[in-house]
Ligand binder design. Structure first.
Ligand code: NAD
Ligand code: MG
Length: 380
């Protein structure tokens, strides 16, 4: 039995992780958690009988505790609850399917408790990669990528030597607005933005895919996961989302991982690494597919990518400002309080006023997040 806990079990990655659990009888879920979706948590508790469920919101936790009082599952709440879930004694792997840099503390707690991390929560690595990667090494735990691009690279690197990599080629679909110019983005609606061409995902990452902030976050994620310099990471637009990413080696050879867009594959690969299991679902049919096309990313229109590269190059606390500003801007965009292009404006202005802290510690990262939020709230 492989025992796992899931941070963010009610979301897109969380529920697909539970699909993988359903299909594999040797996986057992000991802990689940979510922000506030009590109905979904109740049904997950009844189906998977975890020992612990952590709910962020206290009133939701109380509500859930009443609903499931006939079960043996214990309910905890707040950050203390997430930390308790992260360090649960019997679990081997923590799946970080929570959204946003709120995942930093539980991820670090799990690493310190010796759990391997199946990492979907990219915001955590973007803002605290310089703390997390050395901590994982020190504690002897593995960070197993779930993000499809990073899983593809991880698969392509299997059995290869890190010193022989020339560059990482991260593929991007280009999002719902690929081909549009800046003037055409002025009046795009929330509904237009949430219509991703290839993937059904949580709302925040879907907006990030449209701004190309997601690709920027993924470049930073790759830098930390694979220890690569930024000038050895390239973004390639591949609109069909068939090639999930590639690695070019010193001799010019390129290894790519292909497949239909299905997040259950990277989730399952992370849970069973280095083994592969049967996975039902649609397979690639090259006769039907016929072609895979490539483009360069439009860095002038989709500023999310160049802004992220700038934040990564400047380093220190700047990626935290980039990420925190984006998290709040996206929240406001989802509430239809700001327009699409305001997201870039908020990130750009937040970065412009920030004085970098080199090698920020955890408390400094959280303070920079808070300060960035306060500044944005005072203006938008
Ligand atoms: P989602 O919005 O669908 O789900 C987020 C989950 O986190 C939910 O269970 C929610 O309840 C929980 N959560 C949010 N705030 C919380 C809080 N304060 N305390 C406890 N739980 C909280 O998001 P998603 O699309 O599943 O994405 C999750 C992470 O995985 C993100 O970092 C995203 O970038 C990454 N990711 C997602 C996909 C995808 O296909 N969805 C692909 C690659 C990477
Ligand atoms: Mg991705």
């Amino acid at each position: 039995m492989k025992k796992i806990a899931i941070l963010g079990s009610t979301g897109s990655i969380g529920t697909q992780t539970l699909d993988v659990v359903r299909a594999n009888k040797d996986l057992q879920v000991l802990g689940i958690s979510a922000g506030s979706n009590v109905e979904k948590l109740e049904s997950q508790v009844r189906e998977f009988s975890p020992k612990l469920v952590a709910v962020w919101k206290e009133d939701a936790a109380r509500d859930l505790a009443v609903r499931i009082q006939d079960t043996k599952t214990r309910v905890v709440s707040g950050m203390d609850g997430l930390l308790e879930l992260a360090r649960m004694e019997e679990t081997e792997i923590l799946v970080t399917a929570i959204v946003g840099m709120i995942g930093i503390r539980p991820t670090m707690e799990a690493i310190r408790s010796g759990k391997d991390i199946a990492l979907a929560n990219k915001e955590t690595l973007v803002t605290a990669g310089h703390l997390i990667m050395p901590l994982a090494e020190e504690c002897g735990v593995r960070i197993l990528p779930v993000d499809s691009e990073h899983s593809a690279i991880f698969q392509a690197l299997h059995g290869e030597y890190k010193e022989e990599i020339h560059k990482l080629l991260i593929t991007a679909s280009g999002g719902p607005f690929r081909g549009k110019k800046r003037e055409e983005l002025v009046n795009v609606t929330l509904a237009d933005t949430l219509r991703h061409p290839n993937w059904v995902m949580g709302q925040k990452i879907t907006v990030d895919s449209a701004t190309l902030v997601n690709k920027g976050l993924e470049v930073m994620e790759a830098k930390w996961l694979f220890g690569m310099e930024l000038d050895h990471i390239q973004v390639v637009v591949q609109p069909q989302s068939i090639i999930h990413s590639m690695v070019e080696f010193k001799d010019g050879g390129i290894m790519a991982q292909l497949g239909t867009p299905d997040m259950r594959l990277p989730i399952q690969y992370a849970l069973y690494y280095p083994h592969r299991r049967f996975l039902d679902g649609e397979r690639l049919d090259f006769a039907k597919l016929r072609q895979i096309t490539f483009e360069e990313p439009d860095m002038e229109t989709f500023q999310g990518l160049p802004m992220a590269m700038d934040a990564a190059e400047r380093g220190g606390s700047m990626p935290t400002v980039f990420n925190a500003a984006n998290e709040l801007a996206v929240r406001k965009f989802l509430q239809e309080k700001i327009g699409f292009l305001d997201i870039y404006e908020i990130i750009g202005q937040s970065m412009g006023r920030h004085t970098i802290i080199e090698k920020p510690g955890l408390e400094e990262i959280l303070a920079v997040e808070k300060e960035t939020y306060q500044w944005i709230e005072s203006r938008w």
